[in-house]
Write a protein that binds this ligand. Structure first.
Ligand code: APR
Ligand code: PHB
Length: 390
């Protein structure tokens, strides 16, 4: 089989790039390790930057997002028993975010690929890139007992943090930067009315919490827990009691509780792999970088990779211009690191670190005081949260 671009990974990054390239007449195939059902069963964050939303519309996948997604013009921070609001719309020059579950984004992308007859292979086993240093790379995978070879001109590694692509870059070339945080997020999904129409990030002496939502009848809540905790350590009642203890009294009083339909603990890490290109292999999304979910930057920093790769490959195939490909890694990393910075800053501001000292506590208080007493600080947070330009 021969295609122009072989994409490893059928998550949001791989599907979005495949869809955008297809619309420009560029032939792709997506090789996904698991079934579509498995991919769509993942529960992930759901805050979309305006740049990501624009890209989904350009990919002819934004109709349900615009119909069912909620536009949010701000969010709140609960601290010291009070609520303060970050007015995104005012301080970002009129921008906002869309709250729309990532599972739905992925579902919309799959359905769009189906409509265009896009090639997406599921249950592709042992996917392996070959000859990425040459002008004729190829990728193999197993379909049951059959070994399939895909000849291509470019390989896109959109296979997430645990994928095969990043590991295909030679050790003497690849540089990895990582920071692991000493806590996790215990998250639950419940078919309850959200406690607030906007997100509430909580800084509390007992630990971080977050009140989020998927719709007006589906709520998503998180509390910071020690890394040693397991989901089975937490009954629903214990979760609700702890969440209420971290919320301002008036918010806790109106919290609607109910049975969890999903409960999991996610570790928090910051990670960047450089470079994001080696020969004919280009990394995108979680394959190259991971952020702690505090700033909701995960999917959004994948979006800028896809935007740059999309325009670079269109430049190559439709204009004979390779400047986008040659500049991809440097350009993508410049925006990736800004998303890393913002996610790190939000994490440092809002969490209770086990090894903190009193100086750290005072620094957190000062950051919070500065944020809500300075229009400059509010503009800085707002422009990062709605999304820096691609
Ligand atoms: N071969 C083929 N597919 C693979 C392999 C492999 N060896 N390893 C992983 N995959 C698939 C995974 O099953 C997954 O569906 O690659 C896909 C990678 O998708 P994500 O992990 O979702 O990463 P990405 O598409 O970059 O999404 C970016 O969205 O998924 C969220 O929060 C996540 O921030 C992330 C963002
Ligand atoms: C979520 O809804 O899952 C969510 C929202 C905002 C975040 C993190 C997670 O910062």
């Amino acid at each position: 089989m021969k295609v122009q671009v072989c994409i490893i990974g059928g998550g949001p990054s791989g599907l979005l790039l495949s869809q955008l390239l297809h619309l420009q007449g560029i032939d792709t195939i997506v090789l996904e390790k698991y079934s579509r059902e498995h991919v769509l069963a993942r529960i992930r964050a759901g805050v979309l930057e305006h740049g990501f939303a624009k890209l989904m519309r350009e990919a002819q996948c934004g109709e349900r997002m615009d119909r069912e997604g909620e536009i949010h013009h701000g969010f709140e921070i609960a601290h010291d028993g009070r609520l303060d609001r970050v007015d995104l719309h005012k301080y970002s020059g009129g921008n906002s975010v869309i709250v729309y579950g990532q599972t739905e984004v992925t579902r919309d992308l799959y359905e769009a690929r189906d409509r265009l007859g896009g090639k997406v292979v599921h249950n592709a086993e042992d996917v392996t890139p070959h000859d990425i240093d040459s002008g004729a790379p190829y990728v193999t995978y197993r379909d049951g007992d059959k070994l399939v070879r895909v000849d291509c001109e470019f390989v896109i590694g959109a296979d997430g943090f645990h994928g095969v692509s990043r590991k295909s870059i030679p050790n003497d070339v690849l540089r990895e930067h990582e920071k692991v945080y000493p806590f996790g997020w215990l998250g639950i999904l419940s078919r309850t009315k959200p406690v607030s129409p906007e997100l509430i990030y909580v800084k509390h002496e007992r630990g971080f919490a977050l009140c989020s939502l998927r719709s007006q009848v589906l709520s998503r809540y998180y509390i910071q827990v020690p890394l040693t905790d397991k989901p089975e350590d937490w009954s629903d009642d214990a979760f609700w009691i702890e969440l209420k203890r971290r919320l301002p009294a008036d918010v806790a009083a109106r919290l609607v509780t109910g049975p969890s339909i999903e409960k999991s603990i996610a570790p928090l890490r910051s990670f960047v792999a450089e470079p994001m290109r080696h020969g004919r292999l280009f990394l995108a999304g979680d394959a190259a970088h991971i952020v702690p979910p505090t700033g909701a930057r995960g999917l959004n920093s994948a979006a800028s990779d896809i935007y740059y790769l999309y325009h670079a490959l269109v430049g190559h195939y439709l204009k004979g211009d390779d400047s986008g490909l040659d500049g991809y890694s440097q350009k993508a990393l410049a925006r990736v690191w800004k998303a890393q910075r913002f996610s790190w800053w939000m994490t440092m501001l809002l969490h209770r670190f086990p090894d903190r000292v009193s100086y750290d506590d005072r620094l957190q208080d000062t950051e919070m005081d500065y944020l809500f007493s300075s229009e400059t600080a509010m503009r800085l947070v707002s422009e990062n949260y709605v999304g820096l330009p691609f």
